[in-house]
Design a protein around this ligand. Sequence first.
Ligand SMILES: [Zn+2]
Length: 206
Amino acid sequence: MWKTILDLIFPINCLGCGQPGDFICFNCFEKIPLNTEPPLNNLLIVSYYQSPLIKQLIHRYKYDFVKSLVRPLGTLMAKKLTQQNIKDLILVPIPLHPKRLRWRGFNQAQELSLVISKKLNIPIINNLLIRKKHTLPQAKIDNLKQRRVNIKDSFQINSSFKDNLKNKNIILIDDISTTGATIEECTKILKSLKPKAVYGLVIAKG
Ligand SMILES: [Zn+2]
């Protein structure tokens, strides 16, 4: 709240170079390092959490609720997805539990999906996955094993969903992936719909 008020009083500066105007200027946006390594376990990672600029962009978007950052971040994700040259795509944002959604006010993965969808003209299915368990945020848990236990059986397929996804490649969208446990769990559940493949797409791993 305090930060939002400050943003109104003081001009916005680029998180990269300090130039007034936007949270990220064109030059700094173009300089964001893109991860070109081949994906491991179908997880597409756009950039590096070690990049101070990416880290700041994610933090301000996710934890300070600077919603306008969805555009540069979503644009980066769209860029990465285009490079993969995968056809017949469907975007599925990782859902938040209704309790967390009420607290946050927006689902950051869903907003990113909207940007990617508009840029690349790919359909989104928002209600395909349902989060049935209110879990601790994965970021609050230290090790992979605990995270897997925490997230297990947290999701289910929406029973009202009847479309055939047999010829589709599902792209699961999240902001960051720490251990990959959430994407892994959702992938497992979505595979019951027998799509061509399921991929994860995140801004960074960190
Ligand atoms: Zn800049």
